[in-house]
Design a protein around this ligand. Sequence first.
Ligand code: ADP
Ligand code: MG
Length: 239
Amino acid sequence: MDTVVLKRASKTYHLDSVGVSALSDINLEIRSNRFTVISGPSGSGKTTLLNIIGCIDRPDQGELIVAGQDVGKLSDDAVSDFRARHLGFIFQTFNLLPVLTAYENVEYPLLLSRVPAAQRKQRVETLLEAVGLAGKGRHRPGQLSGGQRQRVAIARALAPSPQLVLADEPTANLDSHTGQAIISLMRQMQRDHKVSFVFSSHDPQVLAAADDVVKMRDGRIVSIQRRDENEHVIEDCAL
Ligand code: ADP
Ligand code: MG
């Protein structure tokens, strides 16, 4: 099954009565349990597409199905609820709460979804260990490096066991060495947790780790390349 299906989706922004077409007529299927990267030059519509898939923004036209749910049929409140239950986000600037420790940052989404205390503790400890931060639970974000903060953000995104994790250029604020370590970790977490990742990026290191690469230009998809587990290209279509 596909995690995301977009049919004929369009989005236009209006600036001083001038319409800017950010996405036009997007048809896209994103496979479950895969690492999909949306790539393309600046202004090509990557962030807009990611925000729509992440149910942060709605398309003006078209249909969006995420994890089997027709999102267009949900009210704004129901969309927020759906997002909290099924989607995880990793932000470029990490977006950790500075007054909370690493442990508390990962625990936060579990508190919001009222997971019982014993289960929370186990989940947070397992995730902190999985991202290589077992000894850093009591550190606040200000006491961690950029790479460590991104590890906390990955653990937090995965905490509520989402079906889909989204990130907008997650390595943009990391040096290439740290970026490579973070990509390997994300790749590992994506496989271990059997979750779908959809990232936007033009970082060659991120593109190299992807199963599927969706290339955009001027608000349109220009090609989709899909690879199997052995990194063989199984589909390569220019649109
Ligand atoms: P990318 O992430 O690939 O750089 P974006 O999705 O941010 O591209 O932008 C796509 C197009 O939509 C660009 O032309 C951009 O200027 C325009 N755009 C994006 N967000 C807004 C907005 N809030 N208001 C007006 N125009 C916007
Ligand atoms: Mg962008």
